[in-house]
Design a protein around this ligand. Structure first.
Ligand code: KG4
Ligand code: ZN
Length: 329
């Protein structure tokens, strides 16, 4: 089964061809990161315009890279939300146009389910499964007894993990998006600052990161006020350790309580080296899966993989499919 999928929920325009819910034949991605460096974050109106400019190119490239013709495609899938409305619209309208024109069934995919299924690329998932989603817009713990059976057991009550990486990067005068740069400078730093691990002792599965962000701000401001020289590398590394500790504690407790067999860690911040190492070193006796780095950030391949399991359930969309800025799993 060949699926042509579209993803345009934030600042990546992407089209992919996937086969049988497992194999990626092509994954064409146009990122707007370079544009938003000057703004320090995504500007929705600019993102929408860039998607319109780029979608035709990534569509043709995805088919070409997969050495596939549109006639050979069986289904069309697209991210319907959550995301930026103006951004989502481009992918949705393109997918509808192709579906109508080529008479191929249309499937609407939840972006977060896409992130979860990025872990099923070239890999068979084992249930019950726990998904830790850590992206720029979301931080959630999701329990799955089977495919497409999503139970959200915890979420952030304020900032998402990627968002707090971006905000801490700004405090340290690093460019947007901050995650990759905090990761890079942190490799040269040491864990020398004591930072809070918010909510870590509460007996639920929620997360909070805004207190940690404020603590980093206060730490750097206090040192500057007192003319104490510091290395941003050490602040970055200490901050990453605090984030990784919180993620580990929550994940480990859920692994035990729900007797899961596999943990998948997905989303943009699943690329972080400290988080990866900490979880790998401490989560034993269950399968621990991280998508390869190129599938951590937003991409259409994960949407195609997720769509496969929705198609197996016989769940299709029609031309009334609309963009949803908020959409739960
Ligand atoms: O999943 P994603 O591409 O988009 C959303 O759906 O939000 O995630 C983007 C986020 C950004 O906040 C970025 O800073 C973060 O992922 N990120 C990282 C790393 N690479 C990207 N965070 C920590 N460490 C990284 N290496
Ligand atoms: Zn995402």
């Amino acid at each position: 089964m060949l699926i042509l999928s579209f993803e345009s929920s934030c600042d990546e325009t992407s089209v992919s061809v996937t086969k049988d819910g497992k194999e990626v034949l092509s994954n064409s991605v146009l990122s707007q990161i370079n544009i938003f460096k000057d703004y320090g974050g995504v500007v929705p109106e600019i993102a929408s315009r860039e998607h319109v400019k780029g979608i035709g190119y990534v569509f043709e490239k995805a088919l070409k890279d997969a050495d596939t013709k549109i006639e050979d495609i069986d289904y069309i899938a697209v991210t319907e939300g959550p995301g930026l409305i103006g951004s989502l619209l481009t992918g949705i309208n393109a997918a509808k146009a192709v579906s109508l024109n080529e008479e191929k069934p249309l499937v609407g995919v939840n972006h977060l389910s896409g992130h979860i299924y990025s872990s099923a690329i070239d890999h068979t998932l084992t249930f019950p499964l726990l998904a830790l989603i850590i992206s720029g817009g979301h931080t959630e713990l999701v329990l799955m007894e089977d495919h497409y059976n999503f139970h959200k057991i915890g979420m952030t009550v304020d900032d998402a993990v990627g968002e707090v990486f971006d905000k801490v990067a700004r405090i340290l005068n690093l460019e947007y998006p901050g995650g990759p740069l905090v990761d890079k400078v942190g490799k040269e730093g040491e864990i020398i600052y004591e930072l809070p691990r918010p909510l870590i002792h509460l007996a639920n599965y929620n997360f909070s990161f805004s207190g940690l962000k404020s603590a980093v701000l206060k730490l750097t401001q206090d040192m500057e006020k007192d003319h104490i020289a510091y290395k941003i590398e050490d602040v970055a590394r200490s901050f990453e350790e605090a984030v990784a500790d919180v993620l580990l504690e929550r994940t480990l407790r859920a692994v035990k309580e729900f007797s899961v067999k596999e943990v998948v860690v997905v989303g943009g911040s699943a690329a972080n080296s400290v988080i990866r190492e900490k979880l790998k070193d401490n989560i034993k006796n269950v399968i621990l899966t991280f998508p390869s780095l190129k599938y951590c950030g937003d991409n259409a391949a994960m949407i195609g993989i997720s769509a496969y399991y929705k198609i197996k359930r016989g769940e299709f969309a029609d031309m009334s499919l609309s963009a949803k800025s908020r959409l739960d799993l």
